[in-house]
Design a protein around this ligand. Structure first.
Ligand code: NAD
Length: 346
């Protein structure tokens, strides 16, 4: 199979690219290399004969068109996006452009290309999305594939819009599509503006560790390699015109998660005082969803996927990776937003 992977230089995309290459798939990584894209994430496979990199923007329709016709992929895995909620509060425009207009461009060019190859039944457009499109849960219940869309911030609203476009291109034009909605990811190569790498980075620099509000918000965490495995499982066995929820059954309050990470650091990099002493509660994120939790029964029962590591194991792997890969972090230090509190302009 030849996979066109958009956003393959990002956190999740690079994990999918590495895994796809190890499975013997040919990959075309199409990525604009925004602040969040990093080719160092792909050093382990960059010389593979199965790997092609094209720097390009999904908002540039002509560029997208030429990629389809040059590489003739039979699968699209669409991960390119603006992905940080806090940035979407400070500047929603980029989210509308990339996540909505960019997805529209990709769908139109995919449709055109698919027509040109005689509507090949082996073709598939797989859109990678988030559970945040479903809004916020109360104390009980889980998001299922039938949950109502109720996005509360510009990021989740732009992802919800792109989900709707993908669904419509399937229903209206018959494009073979599949959508996956996943919970919060963590693991190696995550840009240090998201919670877990910020905690590790700040703790190692003995800076305060910012926790939004009272830290009571609940997220369902999934190790990134497990997400990548789920995406390839859907690619290989999933049905078209279907959505699959992906989650780790690892619900935890943000404050407890931060303390778990600090606990791992206490063991791996002992200091003369516990790292959790650095925790500082800061102003809450506007529109901060209270709780996310995924019911992943469908993907487990239909496709046989389930997470391979527990949260404890995944956090240990993650903390060790960041401690051992300071060079990767140092290379990112000059970039805008690293370790900073943003998203308060609202
Ligand atoms: P990321 O921010 O780490 O990476 C995004 C990648 O997309 C970067 O390499 C960037 O250069 C590229 N990109 C951005 N704009 C582009 C454009 N206009 N054209 C081409 N490339 C562009 O994001 P991530 O955390 O790896 O998330 C990947 C996908 O998974 C996103 O669609 C996100 O919505 C979804 N998702 C993320 C999570 C999570 O917890 N991180 C959870 C569920 C779903």
């Amino acid at each position: 199979m030849r996979l066109l992977i958009t956003g393959g230089a990002g956190f999740i995309g690079s994990s999918v690219v590495r895994k796809a290459i190890s499975r013997g798939y040919e990959v075309i990584n199409f990525d604009a290399l925004t602040y969040a894209g990093c080719l160092d994430n792909l050093k382990s496979i960059e010389n593979s004969s199965f790997y092609n990199f094209v720097k390009g923007d999904i908002c540039d329709r002509a560029e997208v068109r030429s990629i389809f016709h040059k590489y003739q992929p039979n699968r699209v895995l669409h991960l390119a996006a603006e992905s940080h909620v806090d940035r979407s509060i400070d500047g929603p425009g980029a989210f509308v452009q990339t996540n909505i207009v960019g997805t529209y461009n990709l769908l139109e060019e995919a449709r055109d290309y698919w027509f040109s190859i005689g509507k090949d039944t082996n073709f598939r457009f797989h859109h990678i999305s988030t559970d945040e499109v479903f809004g916020s849960l109360g104390v009980d219940g889980f998001f299922t594939e039938n949950s109502k869309y109720e996005p509360n911030n510009p990021y989740s609203a732009s992802k919800a819009s792109s989900d709707h476009l993908v669904r419509a291109w399937g229903e209206t034009f018959g494009l073979p599509i599949v959508i996956t909605n996943c919970s919060n990811n963590y693991g190696p190569f995550q840009f240090p503006e998201k919670l877990i790498p910020v905690v590790i980075l700040n703790a190692l620099s003995r800076k305060s560790i910012p926790v939004y509000g009272t830290g009571e918000n609940i997220r369902d965490w999934l190790y990134v390699e497990d997400h990548a495995e789920a995406l390839l499982t859907v690619l290989e066995k999933g049905r078209t015109s279907r959505t699959y929820n992906i989650g780790g059954l690892n619900e935890v309050k943000n404050i407890d998660l931060v303390k778990m990470v600090c606990g791992k650091l206490d063991v791996i990099c002992p200091d003369n005082r516990p790292y959790e002493d650095l925790i500082e509660f800061v102003g809450d994120r506007p529109g901060h969803d209270k709780r996310y939790a995924i019911d992943a029964t469908r993907i487990r029962e239909e496709l046989g996927w389930s997470p391979s590591v527990t949260l404890e194991e995944g956090l240990e792997l993650t903390v060790k990776w960041y401690v051992e890969n300071q060079g990767w972090l140092d290379a990112l230090h000059s970039r805008n937003g690293v370790g900073q509190r943003i998203g308060l302009n609202a």
